[in-house]
Design a protein around this ligand. Structure first.
Ligand code: NZQ
Ligand code: ZN
Length: 388
């Protein structure tokens, strides 16, 4: 097992009716910016519950944070935080709103040009230089409610870039699974596949002696396979919704990444597809992952075979046979969850995508990705072209 430090200060507040606790979780006398997205929280009662719980606080609202939050929009919120002397931000929404709030939190006291936060991937580690924030999660998917990462899109250049740092953990996250009942099917499908792929990025590498991490990762994968199709059909079923929400958090709250190598190339390539074609985040992962497993087969086949045996109970005479079946089973699951796994099924304009992405990575100095840093730009090209 590799050495590691495990630090996660987020107070994770899970279950029905937990929104009531907001009045105790938000610091007394705080002046609060309530940040939200396109307005779903007005339709499902979440806004009402939040405002009721915070009736004794001064609140200013900021709406309109888009899916794949835009740098340009977030800067407007930064101005409000500065001008209104906001002391606490509450993100009420899915990964986009939470990520947007992480950016606002860090950008408010940032002294340079805010675009450098993204372009230079500034690491926020000083708690005295960020605005504290909490979240009310409305969409299980990203794990952003219990991690310190964020992904923000620069509209002007169509770039989607990640930031983070230990100062960007939410102070608390209220995770009430009943929010799942108002989600469109498409978003539930996305949530399951995003969480699934988060586990795969941290698990599907090469065998190490991290036995417990493997079993925890497999537990999350198995749970998602078991509940995924039914939660889409029965989003009001509390058993399904609660297991979905907790699995999605566990997939990316840092725990399963400790002591093991991780990949993340599917995400890095996928972000480009969202930036270029506005394909939903999870759907880009379902397009790229199968091709990546095929192109990187020699690196990943031992773990693929283990995954195939333990999650899908595949049998076979060799590692290669089991590993290949594991890829097929993964694609089957993605299809069952409503994913279209070819780029050409998601956009008509795909022919030059591979060259574009490779050039971009090259310009950014990203010469190699993956757990062994052996996903070279040639391999990236092959992966993207295979996904057409
Ligand atoms: O904006 P509103 O009106 O709220 O509607 C949203 C949005 O249209 C809607 N929605 C959310 N909760 C709802 C609801 N509709 C009805 N009922 C509810 N309870 O769902 C739509 C999508 O929301 P969004 O927040 O964009 O989805 P998601 O949570 O999947 O977040 C995706 C973003 O997170 C980033 C992605 O790249 C993408 O930008 N990620 C963040 C990560 C992190 N911070 O760790 C890791 C991930 O890999 C991912 O990259
Ligand atoms: Zn993701």
């Amino acid at each position: 097992m590799l050495n590691f430090e495990l630090y996660n200060p987020t107070n994770y507040v899970f279950g029905k009716g937990q929104t009531e606790k907001l009045s105790k979780l938000v610091p007394a006398n705080a002046k609060v910016l309530l940040a939200y997205g396109g307005g779903s929280i007005f339709k499902n009662g979440v806004h009402e519950a939040v405002v009721a719980a915070l009736k004794d606080f001064k609140i200013i609202e900021f709406g309109g944070i888009e899916p794949n939050p835009r740098f340009e929009t977030l800067l407007k919120a930064v101005e409000i935080v500065k001008n209104e002397n906001i002391t606490f931000i509450l993100a009420v929404g899915g990964g986009s709103v939470i990520d947007g709030v992480k950016f606002i939190s860090g950008a408010t006291h940032y002294e340079g040009n805010p675009i450098d936060i993204l372009k230079k991937k500034v690491l926020f580690t000083d708690l005295s230089k960020v605005i504290p924030f909490g979240t009310v999660l409305t969409l299980p998917a990203t794990g952003s409610e219990m991690n310190s990462g964020a992904v923000v899109t620069i509209e002007a250049t169509q770039e989607k870039l990640a930031i983070g740092g230990s100062a960007l953990f939410p102070k608390f996250s209220i995770c009430d699974p009943t929010v799942v009942s108002s989600l469109p099917k498409r978003q539930i499908q996305n949530g399951i596949i995003d969480a699934y792929t988060h586990v795969m990025e941290q698990y599907l590498t090469y065998p190490t002696d991290a036995l417990l991490q493997d079993r925890i990762a497999e537990g999350i994968l198995q749970t998602l396979v078991e509940i995924g199709p039914s939660v889409v059909e029965n989003p009001s079923d509390y058993k399904l919704a609660s297991n979905f929400m907790w699995s999605a958090t566990m997939a990316l709250n840092g725990l399963i990444q400790k002591g093991v190598p991780s990949d993340w190339a599917t995400h890095m390539i996928g972000h480009e597809l969202t930036a270029l074609y506005e394909i939903d985040h999870a759907r880009t992962l379902a397009i790229i992952a199968p091709s990546l497993y095929r192109v990187m087969f020699e690196t990943k086949k031992d773990k693929l075979a283990q995954y195939g045996e333990r999650i899908f109970h595949v049998t076979g005479n060799s590692i290669d046979e089991k590993a290949n079946q594991a890829i097929e089973k993964t694609i089957e699951f993605f299809h069952k969850m409503g994913m279209k796994t070819k780029l050409s099924e998601n956009t008509n304009d795909y022919q030059k995508t591979a060259d574009f992405i490779v050039n971009r990575f090259d310009e950014r100095g990203w010469k190699a990705l993956g757990e062994k840093q052996n996903i070279t730009l040639e391999k990236v090209k092959e992966i993207v072209e295979m996904s057409y």
